[in-house]
Design a protein around this ligand. Sequence first.
Ligand code: ZN
Length: 193
Amino acid sequence: MNLSILAYGNPILKQKCLQIKENAPEIQKLVTDMWDTMENANGCGLASPQIGKTLQLFVVDSQITYKNLDTEDQILYFGKDDKGIKETFINAKITHSSKETWEDYEGCLSIPGLSQKVKRPWGITIEYQDQNFTKHTKTFTGLTARIIQHEYDHTLGILYTDHLKPLTKKMMESKLKKITNGNVMVGYPMKFL
Ligand code: ZN
């Protein structure tokens, strides 16, 4: 089921998310709805607070991003033998971040039409459970690691705009206000305050 995505300014997006108990009954349906909602919005990641649930749950599809890049950018944005992932993350915790960082443009389905450069570690190690609550510890790099960090931030109540320099954020302020007020053109269902 395709759900509405909460727009920037909604206080739910600033909340810290709760751990999910293994086999919580509504989780499988929620995961399916998250994938439907993300794909309908042509996104590469979605976190549960964006659909109004403050749970430690997000989905990432960097495979679609990989497929849409030309060969040169695939090499630039992805590690060797890395063609992206399509994965559900439950109760995730980043346990290590590389010292090496890089900047790239990021957007967010809760902040339609805008993007800004965000500096993030190139690689991360993350502990999480998949949709079947099987535990994993994996290391990701490049664009996949960037998307994971963006979505993981959502589960901590952090948006990419929180990483920007004060002046950059100030320059976005009027546009952000328009989004909060629903004064924006967007190709997928959104919920405004
Ligand atoms: Zn986002």
